[in-house]
Design a protein around this ligand. Structure first.
Ligand SMILES: Nc1ncnc2c1ncn2[C@@H]1O[C@H](COP(=O)(O)OP(=O)(O)OP(=O)(O)O)[C@@H](O)[C@H]1O
Length: 655
């Protein structure tokens, strides 16, 4: 007897008709048949896999490769004739990444090997209008697409809203690009991918969606916030295979569409690009709790970036600070205040996309987060991708990176999260400090964090100044008004410097802790405090916007060039305090930097990650740290008046 299944046909020639069987979670692509929208097929025929189920690689590669040239042509048709010719005659034509058209400038094509000028004629308003007239509407994120392609056109507007620049990114479905992650997702594990912009996150999750839908017959729903996974237009691109796609009317609504996907469409897998806000992270966590497999991307470079990001930490279980009892702390051999994961992670595995050819896989994401919070370095596997090979994996190895390097970064991060220096003997034992104060300070008192100088020496030094009740000491740097340190000790501890910088606390140093020097130092300090550290604050205000610019410059350099392209980038010359902030940021990205130039031309060069430089223990930062500190500490100082001691101050940098 023949039974029948109801066939849903999408209004598309590229999307395969799908059957949802009540008795099994399997979808069969029926590539070789031609259907009218309401064709009824005997289910008996469908039970013959050899008849209906095509191997996904055959299916996708033939379909996608043939169409790619046509799709690329549709992107090129946006360009004026001369530019089009320039691109298509380039030897790397098929690897084109982006075309950049900025008003009044010469157009550029970006290839993996670098940028190429397409014409010596600057772009005109007409060129831009020609191009934009052929693409869909620009959404609030200033992105538009070309229907039934994966290309992304991003606009730059002037202050009046007119388009004055375009970045036309080539989108391509790369079948097999997710093969190296097949073992992680095939059994239902949720996967979080992170990586800087342009590294290939969308391309990989598109292929995972296709793989899960086609090869494993799962009901996959893509929540496609900018239509980048499934392409522009209402008919999704063939690159997503049998996965279905929900569009998101507005970026702000991503979390709502996520919930709607679960409530209305019975997905087994949800795929989502760019979880970026707390609301989206919350929606993703809710979905994970319902037992749905999640495959998602987030911007960032390492898992630590997520752990330290208050909006996204929830994705990896959240972070809380707990205070241990004395006994428990000594049993564990840790400080009393420790960071712990708050709850279960929404994802079982994490992948850091280092480049298009290299992934760092954290198969147990919770273990990775726990290791990070405990100050240990997490274990991960490096998977190198060989585009030519069948399984997409060329090499896979398990790595545990050097402890000292990570510890330094982690302690700084923890300081920033906690808003205070951990009560770590290792951190402060060398200082000989005696700590009091903390919560009980008077508002008018100057609260000092001492480093490398004992409280007794300071008190001795200031006896004759008669200011005992104006001074308090603290062991929590976030409560301090000022850091007073012995220069030789401070030079060796970049963590303390970073902590002070991150809390915007001025640093005063003395060369020795003799009572004469300390008296003079305290005199200068008290007088500045009485003025409300005014000159420091005004200095801080003037360079607050430069600080933001400088950090943004460093971030973009790392995310767009140093990490994806593996090339060094020289930043603009900056004052020392700002350069040090840039250096802190570079370190958080696990990259090295070196200081170049002299005088007002001093600037940072960010170096790409090389395993060789790590292995041979080369640490340009360490060397650099020393010289930065020298520069800060020995700068000629007007206040010192040529006297025997030196007290230098770093500008106050408010949060
Ligand atoms: N394996 C690959 N081989 C060749 N090109 C690739 C590969 N992966 C991605 N690309 C290309 O690199 C560009 C960026 O890819 P993709 O959009 O996937 O990156 P992304 O990390 O999602 O970027 P963003 O975060 O900016 O959205 C695209 O032009 C894409 O076609």
């Amino acid at each position: 007897m023949l039974s029948f299944a109801l066939l849903h046909v999408h209004p598309s020639s590229s999307s395969n008709p799908q059957f949802h069987f009540p008795h099994q979670n399997q979808i069969s692509p029926i590539q070789s048949l031609h259907f009218s929208p309401f064709t009824v097929i005997p289910t008996k025929l469908l039970s013959k896999p050899s008849f209906f189920r095509l191997s996904s690689s055959v299916w996708s590669s033939s379909l996608i490769a043939d169409d790619f040239q046509v799709e690329l042509g549709r992107l090129l048709s946006l360009l004026p004739e001369e530019m089009r010719r320039g691109v298509s005659e380039h030897p790397e034509f098929s690897n084109l990444i982006e075309v950049v058209m900025d008003l009044g400038r010469m157009p550029l094509a970006r290839f993996p090997s670098g940028d190429f000028i397409l014409s010596d004629q600057p772009i005109t308003l007409d060129d831009l209008q020609q191009a934009t007239s052929q693409v869909g509407d620009f959404a609030v994120d200033n992105r538009a697409g070309i229907s039934r392609t994966l290309h992304r056109i991003s606009a730059i507007r002037n202050r009046k809203g007119a388009i004055i620049g375009l970045t036309c990114r080539v989108g391509r479905a790369i079948s097999g690009s997710a093969n190296s992650l097949r073992d992680l997702v095939k059994d239902g594990a949720s996967l979080l991918l992170i990586g800087p912009p342009g590294v290939g996150k969308t391309t990989i999750i598109r292929d995972i969606a296709r793989m899960l839908a086609n090869d494993y017959g799962k009901r996959v729903m893509i929540v496609d916030t900018s239509n980048e996974i499934g392409g522009d237009g209402d008919i999704p691109h063939a690159g997503i295979g049998n996965a279905r796609r929900m569009q998101v009317p507005h970026n702000d609504m991503q979390h709502k569409v996520l919930i709607e996907a679960v409530e209305n469409h019975m997905p087994q897998v949800i795929v989502i690009d760019e979880i970026g806000t707390k609301l989206e992270a919350m929606a993703a966590s809710t979905i994970a709790q319902r037992g749905i497999q999640l495959v998602a991307t987030a911007h960032g470079v390492t898992i630590e970036n997520l752990v330290m990001n208050p909006a996204l930490e929830m994705l990896v279980g959240g972070v809380q600070s707990v205070t241990l009892g004395d006994e428990e702390a000594s049993r564990r051999g840790v400080q009393k205040s420790v960071l712990e994961r708050k709850g279960p992670s929404s994802f079982s595995c994490g992948v850091e996309i280092i480049s298009k050819a290299e992934l760092r896989v954290h198969p147990d994401l919770e273990a990775t987060v726990d290791a990070i919070l405990a100050g240990r370095y997490p274990k991960y596997e490096i998977r190198k991708i060989n585009p030519g090979s069948q399984d997409g994996i060329m090499e896979s190895s398990s790595i545990q990176a050097p402890l000292d390097e990570i510890n330094e970064v982690l302690i700084e991060d923890i300081i920033q999260i906690n808003g205070g220096i951990p009560d770590s003997t290792e951190l402060i034992s060398a200082t000989g400090m005696s700590m009091e104060g903390g919560s009980g300070e008077s508002e008018d008192a100057l609260c000092i964090f001492l480093y490398g100088i004992s409280e007794a020496s300071v008190m001795q030094g200031i006896k004759q100044l008669n200011i005992d009740d104006t001074i308090e000491f603290t062991d929590n740097i976030s409560e301090a008004d000022v850091l007073l340190a012995l220069q030789s000790k401070l030079k060796k501890n970049s963590r303390i410097q970073a902590a002070a910088r991150s809390h915007g606390i001025p640093i005063y140093v003395t060369k020795t802790s003799s009572s004469t020097q300390l008296t003079k130092a305290m005199q200068a300090l008290i007088s500045d405090f009485a003025d409300g550290f005014e000159f420091l604050e005004s200095e801080a205000k003037t360079n607050e916007s430069e600080k933001i610019d400088a950090l943004e410059e460093a971030r973009i350099a790392m995310e767009r060039v140093v990490i994806p392209k593996g090339e060094p980038v020289e930043l603009l010359p900056r004052p020392t305090n700002i350069r040090l902030l840039q250096k802190d940021l570079v370190r958080k990205y696990k990259l090295k930097s070196e200081r170049i130039g002299t005088g007002t031309d001093l600037r940072l060069r960010i170096l790409p990650f090389t395993s060789a430089s790590d292995e041979d223990g080369h640490d340009s930062e360490g060397v650099d740290d020393e010289s930065e500190v020298d520069e800060l500490l020995f700068r000629p100082n007007a206040e010192s008046n040529g006297s025997a001691y030196t007290v230098n101050r770093l500008p106050l940098l408010p949060e």
